[in-house]
Design a protein around this ligand. Structure first.
Ligand code: AMP
Ligand code: ZN
Length: 140
């Protein structure tokens, strides 16, 4: 298994681990957007949102809540906000194909953000409603 996050979970390669329980691991991102940027991974390998079990995802969310609140304390009043970010798939920016949640401390002045596309605000009512109807049918 050549997955880098599996290697971190198995302690085969080092990481700055800040949180660990039976199911998940939290460690500092090697290239942080801001200091304290943490990744939360399941200890078992799941590539994506469609693979991961609901229970494991819930455990990742629960660990992220704990880490986010401790991060705010650790960074004191300097931390103005937090983003939880999950890139699912290459088009969404996923580079490591072992599911992970980013916990990113944010500041009004940090210039980080998702860029809005030129078609933002121009999606037609027909397109919006077509997806809406499909979602309602599939999620019923
Ligand atoms: P993503 O683009 O959502 O797949 O994010 C992958 C993240 O993993 C990036 O922010 C990388 O900086 C981070 N990363 C890659 N390798 C390591 C590593 N060995 N230790 C800690 N973070 C890593
Ligand atoms: Zn893995």
């Amino acid at each position: 298994m050549s997955c880098i996050f599996c290697k971190i979970a198995d302690a085969e390669i080092p990481a700055k681990v800040v949180y660990e329980d039976e199911y998940v691991l939290g460690f500092l991102d090697i290239k942080p957007i801001n200091p304290g940027h943490t990744l939360v991974i399941p200890k078992n390998h799941f590539e994506s949102l469609s693979d991961v079990s609901e229970e494991t995802l819930a455990r990742m969310a629960s660990a992220s809540k704990k880490i986010a609140s401790v991060l705010k304390e650790a960074l004191a009043s300097k931390c103005e906000g937090i983003n939880l970010h999950l890139a699912d798939g290459k088009a969404a920016g996923q580079e490591v194909f072992h599911i992970h949640l980013h916990i990113i401390p944010r500041y009004t002045t940090d210039s980080f953000g998702l860029k809005f596309p030129p078609h933002y605000g121009k999606i037609t009512t027909e397109e919006i409603d077509s997806v809406y109807r499909k979602l309602r049918n599939l999620l019923e």
